[in-house]
Design a protein around this ligand. Structure first.
Ligand code: SF4
Length: 103
């Protein structure tokens, strides 16, 4: 009994560490924060529907990182890289004033 309990504890510990490791890849590239100075300068929002339309009249409903020329995420991903925010991830639903409609 003692032995099976120890075996269970070892199994649980190894499962926990493998879960932690598998989550590491996405955690390596941080998400862009709206409070980031570049984000603030470009009116970046993690949700395009929250864009200040008075300040950014060029924003049109439907525009989002997912259909921006600069977005480099893979189809199906919830977020991806953008050269404007080097080393960070932007969400597909996001938007900033550097938006360029994907051709
Ligand atoms: Fe999103 Fe395009 Fe702005 Fe990058 S440049 S944050 S992909 S809208």
């Amino acid at each position: 009994m003692q032995s099976s309990r120890r075996h269970f504890m070892i199994l649980a510990a190894s499962l926990a560490s493998s879960v932690a490791l598998s989550g590491k890849a996405s955690a390596e590239t941080p998400a862009v924060s709206e409070s980031d100075p570049t984000a603030q300068a470009l009116g970046f929002k993690t949700d395009a529907t929250h864009v200040d339309k008075a300040k950014y009249p060029k924003y049109l409903a439907g525009q989002a990182c997912a259909n921006c020329q600069l977005y480099q995420g893979k189809p199906g991903d919830a977020s991806g890289p953008c050269p404007i925010f080097s080393g960070k991830q932007v969400p597909t639903k996001g938007w900033c004033s550097a938006y360029v409609k994907k051709a």
